[in-house]
Design a binder for this molecule. Structure first.
Ligand code: R1P
Length: 212
């Protein structure tokens, strides 16, 4: 996909995730998601690439969930398991690839949290998310991943840390979308290289071939 639909743009989560079901019907087996997010983990730097290990579906907690409503059994079961949302083998492979590409000083792993946006977080909200165990925060991705898991797709995700989230009332810097776009451009080639290499190698996992 070139870009995506967001909840904050006014689309329902059913519409936001519709492309994922189209992928499923087209025979797609693996969904690779990328996004931009704000870093909450104190160890993260702007420009880091975070392999998404897990997520927190904050809108889902409040009933904004793409699978609410009658379950469409053609795609998946009523109560899908999400404890293995981000495929372990693909994450391991991505870590190996980041070592080979010499990217280790800016590749991390962490938990992504979705908020609805469109405003960036208040300091109290950011502190709460950090206490909840979130390493980064953004306004997308989780609905698509949830629907992908529901219909049995394998998922891999990368989140680019485009800014540090303000956690301190004395911090002068203000988060803004221009910074998000600028950092995304700066890291675009690295991200492309990681995704291209992963795609080239991922089929070896399916064939049970040792990729080392
Ligand atoms: O669409 P993604 O990559 O998640 O981008 C993130 O960056 C935008 C805010 O700057 C929001 O859309 C947020 O979700």
């Amino acid at each position: 996909m070139q870009g995506r639909f967001h909840l904050y743009e006014g689309y329902s989560l059913c519409k936001v995730t519709f492309p994922v079901r189209i992928f499923k019907l087209l025979g797609v087996e693996t969904l690779i998601v990328t996004n931009a997010s704000g870093g909450l983990c104190p160890d993260f730097k702007v420009g880091d690439i975070m392999l998404i290990k897990d997520h927190i579906n904050l809108p889902g907690f409040a009933g904004q969930h793409p699978l609410c409503g009658p379950n469409d059994e053609r795609f998946g079961i009523r109560f899908p398991c999400m404890s293995d949302a981000y495929n372990k083998d693909l994450r391991k492979l991505a870590l190996e690839i980041s070592q080979e590409l010499n990217y280790t000083n800016f590749v991390r792993e962490g938990v992504y949290c979705m908020v609805s946006g469109p405003n960036f977080e208040t300091i109290a909200e950011a502190r709460m998310l950090q206490i909840l165990g979130c390493d980064s925060v953004g306004m997308s991705t989780v609905p698509e991943v949830t629907v992908a898991k529901h219909c049995g797709l394998r998922v891999f995700g990368l989140s680019l840390i485009t800014n540090k989230v303000s956690l301190d009332y004395s911090r002068e810097e203000k988060v803004n979308h221009e910074e998000v776009l600028e950092i995304s451009k700066m890291r675009a080639e690295h991200l492309q290289m990681m995704v291209n290499t992963l795609i080239a190698r991922a089929h070896l996992l399916d064939e049970g071939i040792n990729v080392n």
